[in-house]
Design a protein around this ligand. Structure first.
Ligand SMILES: CC(C)(COP(=O)(O)OP(=O)(O)OC[C@H]1O[C@@H](n2cnc3c(N)ncnc32)[C@H](O)[C@@H]1OP(=O)(O)O)[C@@H](O)C(=O)NCCC(=O)NCCS
Length: 173
């Protein structure tokens, strides 16, 4: 498995092979943020196929109540793996470790991620990787459907935080 930053030609492959991580968060929008420097979009590959992705949002969580508590904390967002048959083969763990290395590379010593309150398995994964629950928040967004209707969504989430050790072992996927 390889992990690298997303390139323009990858977006069509992501659209073809991976569901977007949320209705309000399609691959093209994520790549636009990546190009603009507000985020770094990482893609995991098995052979020629994308099998996972996540985004580091350098300015942190978009929820103001989280940024008020963690103003310096970038966020790993939209972690996803596809197809489901590849779960539990540590692709998600490798993406998180790759993101943590990039965060450390920018001289930052903490990173966070949001997880829905009704997603206990993923919370367990993050706890195993050293993240501690910190701040409850509502992840609010909106998207437009094919008929032009705007839908608002709000998910109850917990922001989890990890202190990174610049002298710690380098995790290689
Ligand atoms: C969460 C996710 C990225 C984990 O990816 P992964 O490559 O399977 O993760 P790893 O192999 O590194 O770790 C596996 C652990 O993830 C956790 N996990 C969370 N959801 C899981 C699921 N549906 N199936 C299997 N494991 C899951 C378990 O703790 C599991 O541990 P185990 O293998 O000992 O049972 C993946 O399950 C996924 O894409 N889920 C749907 C989207 C999602 O929930 N994203 C997180 C948003 S906060």
């Amino acid at each position: 498995m390889r992990i690298r930053e997303c390139r323009e030609e990858d977006v069509a492959l992501l659209d073809e092979h991976m569901p977007s991580p949320g209705a309000a968060c399609d691959h093209a929008s994520r790549f636009v943020r990546h190009l603009g420097g507000g985020s770094t979009l990482l893609v995991a590959w098995r052979g020629e196929l994308p099998v996972g992705s996540c985004e580091i949002r350098w300015e942190g969580c978009r929820a103001p109540e989280v940024r008020a508590v963690h103003p310096e904390c970038s966020e790993i967002s939209g972690l996803g793996l596809w197809p489901e048959a590849l779960r539990s083969q540590r692709v998600g763990t490798a993406l998180i470790h790759a993101a943590e290395r990039l965060v450390l590379g920018r001289g930052r010593v903490s990173v966070g991620l949001g997880v829905e309150k009704n997603n206990p398995r993923t919370q367990d994964l993050y706890k195993r990787l050293g993240y501690r629950p910190s701040t409850p928040y509502l992840d609010c967004g909106s998207y437009e459907d094919s008929a032009g209707l705007i839908h608002r969504v709000a998910d109850a989430c917990t922001f989890m935080v990890k202190d990174l050790d610049p002298a710690g072992p380098v995790q290689v996927p």
